[in-house]
Write a protein that binds this ligand. Structure first.
Ligand code: E4P
Length: 218
């Protein structure tokens, strides 16, 4: 399972990268705005900085909602760095853009996916990644994890190569459940990644080991 971090915050990206388990980064316009990154030049510069910090794929989202606009923006984004993955919303024009980029060998991430039907379309259009938003489904009392299971089943039935990128991951249990269901990738905040470290028995055990060592090695 690949671990992506879902942020545009350079310190957090660096921290996850330094842990040695990071496979990529996802961003979206809200995450860029949260870091105060505005204006095309600054946004592009920021994407380059992110690419220089990590070894893996970095999703950069288009703002256009028409096919021509998405193609224009996506091509500009893809030229920024070889690690850029063009993130495209699951709308009719987006499906056309996914197919266009797939035919050109440019990686894509189909975002804002909330149903198995949408995920099927994204795979048919050749998306590299499909991003079902599990946290946002949970927010409206719909089981986000059930969607991951449905997409896994459908993709396996037909051997689709599109990777299931579980997005809107909010906590460690989302990560564990996604791993059990066979999601290829998860993207979440630093706390969802670092939270996997924690267990009280580890802390208690380490404290005891060190205390016993210190007793005999004064
Ligand atoms: C990632 O690709 C998505 O944009 C992100 O995971 C959405 O997460 P949120 O629902 O916590 O905003």
């Amino acid at each position: 399972m690949k671990f992506f971090i879902d942020t545009a915050n350079l310190d957090q990206i660096k921290e996850a990268q330094d842990l040695g388990v990071l496979d990529g980064v996802t961003t979206n316009p809200s995450l860029m705005a949260k870091e105060g990154i505005t204006g095309k030049d600054n946004i592009f510069k920021h994407y380059r900085k992110i690419c220089e910090l990590v070894d893996g794929d970095v999703s950069a989202e288009v703002i256009a909602t028409d096919f021509e606009g998405m193609v224009r923006e996506g091509e500009e984004l893809a030229e920024l760095h070889e690690q850029i993955v063009v993130k495209i919303p699951m709308i009719k024009e987006g499906v056309k853009a996914l197919k266009y980029f797939s035919d050109k060998g440019i990686k894509t991430n189909c975002t804002l996916v909330f149903s198995a039907g949408q995920a099927l379309l994204a795979a048919k259009a050749g998306a590299t990644y499909v991003s079902p938003f599990i946290g946002r489904l949970d927010d409206i009392s719909t089981d986000g994890m059930n969607l991951i299971a449905e997409i896994r089943l459908i993709y396996d039935n037909y051997g689709f190569e599109t990777e299931i990128l579980a997005a809107s991951v909010r906590h460690t249990m989302h990560v564990i459940e996604c791993a059990k269901l066979g999601a290829d990738v998860m993207t979440g905040g630093l706390s969802a990644i670092e939270g996997l470290l924690n267990h009280p028995l580890t802390d208690i055990g380490l404290e005891k080991f060190l205390a016993d060592y210190n007793k005999g090695n004064k």
